[in-house]
Design a protein around this ligand. Structure first.
Ligand code: PEP
Ligand code: CO
Length: 459
């Protein structure tokens, strides 16, 4: 393989990186400024996440990755961050209980701004403008000025990522995440839903268990895992100029790390073997992920892994399956079989969002809850049948009470409700109740695998 540097991607064809900046010199100046800014994450943290994902790859832990489709400057508010953190913590409690395994928590947060769009242009009433591509590139308003890429937006996105991460670190280690607070994580949830009732009942059981453990001397004071949590950040590594600027040599190991997030993923539209995104990500040591779908043949997947995970290191690569509820059972088995027979270590994760998007007659982009659930179930069953560990899920979700995805059993969102709280800057997200409901349903499935395993070991 040819020599890698953080800028070798520039010689390769690149998709979904905007080229229509009116002033390229200005973009270069901003990138040079970013190169001098502090790293957002520390290489040691990225290594720790890789180790934890290594445990997921080996079947000893479960990955919960979730957050906005696209973060925005407008929705940036501490309450929104707290609500997202809170619902992920609740889901993690439910999943830990069901799976009987540690949950690795990764937010689509603190950097998830840029979006690949299916069309580069948008037409409204005979007027054509460049598409909105995320707040770090252009603005959403349908005017030529708003849609023109502005490099200064990268600096603003960096600043927002830094303060977001600061608050997330405070939540994780400053007392909020203490397991003694599990009951408090429901406060602020709108009303009492079936999910919150179930969650409270589970908290009662856990609290009883903690009281017992405390009597035995195991407390948050003696056991730091009970007093704090690990929470990691991730985003799609789309804008390689930004990622290059954030890539630094780690003084401990002398290796390159992309310090914009702990984990970066390659999107479904940018995973071509000989293109820029694969070139960039082969050279950084972070744990990475890649979206996969039914246009990927087993051979090509192996070639991608040869480039992106040369050492076959467990935890380096997460494959995020996003086929669609009706296609996953058809497309996934052959990939799973190949990975298993070749002895490749990967984390198998399921994104049940991006293959299940539809447009309603009234023009809303939405996703039906039952299709999302069906995709997760089919994903888990396929992998279980192939003898692989269905190691994780990847959701577009929010802690807010939005009406963007249809259905769910607690206060089901109907088509006529979509317009009432449809706030997303890109794709429709699960609301807090829907996200928690999914966690319960996944926990049930994981619980049944656990029982099967216990019976097998006992027999
Ligand atoms: C996304 O995760 O928001 C996304 C664009 O997904 P995909 O690359 O799978 O289409
Ligand atoms: Co999306």
């Amino acid at each position: 393989m040819t020599k890698w540097t953080p800028s070798t991607w520039r010689k390769k064809p690149a998709k979904h990186i905007p080229e229509d900046y009116p002033d390229i010199a200005h973009l270069a100046e901003v990138e040079a400024t970013l190169k001098g800014y502090p790293p957002l994450v520390f290489a040691g943290e990225a290594r720790r996440l890789k180790e934890r994902l290594g445990e997921v790859a080996l079947g000893n832990a479960f990955l919960l990755q979730g957050g906005d489709c696209a973060e925005s400057f407008k929705e940036f508010h501490p309450d929104n961050l707290r609500d997202m953190f809170r619902v992920m913590m609740q889901m993690a409690v439910v999943l830990t209980y069901g799976a009987g395994k540690p949950i690795v928590k990764v937010g689509r947060i603190a950097g998830q701004f840029g979006k690949p769009r299916s069309s580069a242009i948008e037409e409204r009433d005979g007027v054509t403008l460049p598409s909105y591509r995320g707040d770090n590139i252009n603005a959403m308003a349908f005017t030529p000025e708003a849609r023109t890429p502005d490099p200064e937006r990268l600096l603003k996105a960096y600043g927002q990522s830094a303060s977001t991460l600061n608050l997330l670190r405070a939540f994780s280690t400053g007392g909020y995440a203490n397991l003694r607070n599990i009951h408090k994580w429901t406060l602020g949830f709108v009303g009492e839903s079936e999910q919150t009732k179930k969650y409270k009942a589970l908290c009662d059981k856990i609290t009883d268990a903690m009281d017992f453990m405390e009597a035995c001397g195991v407390t948050p004071e003696t056991t730091p895992q009970m007093a704090a949590t690990d929470y990691y950040t991730s985003h799609e590594g789309l804008l390689l100029g930004y990622e290059e600027a954030m890539t630094r040599i780690d003084s401990t190991t002398g290796r390159w790390y992309d310090t914009s997030a702990h984990l970066l993923w390659i999107g479904n539209r940018t995973r071509q073997l000989d293109h820029a995104h694969v070139e960039f990500f082969r050279g950084v040591e972070n744990p990475i992920a890649m979206k996969i779908s039914d246009d990927l043949e087993p051979d090509e997947l192996l070639r991608l892994l040869d480039v992106l995970n040369l050492q076959n290191e467990p935890g380096r690569m997460t494959l995020i399956s996003r086929f669609g509820h009706d296609r996953v059972s058809q497309g996934l088995p052959k990939l799973a079989r190949t990975i298993k027979s070749e002895g490749r270590h990967v984390v198998w994760s399921c994104d049940p969002m991006h293959g299940n998007t539809l447009k309603t007659n009234s023009g809303y982009k939405t996703r039906p809850f039952d299709k999302i659930l069906t995709e997760v179930k089919n994903f888990m069953q396929v992998l279980h049948a192939e003898g692989c560990w269905p190691g994780g899920v990847h959701f577009e979700m929010t802690g807010q009470n939005v009406t963007e995805c249809l259905g769910g059993s607690a206060r089901a969102v109907r088509e006529e409700d979509l317009s009432s709280r449809y706030h997303t800057h890109c794709d429709p997200r699960l609301n807090a109740n829907q996200a928690l409901e999914l966690a319960f349903l996944i926990a049930e499935e994981l619980g049944s695998y656990r029982k099967e395993e216990e019976t097998r070991l006992a027999g």
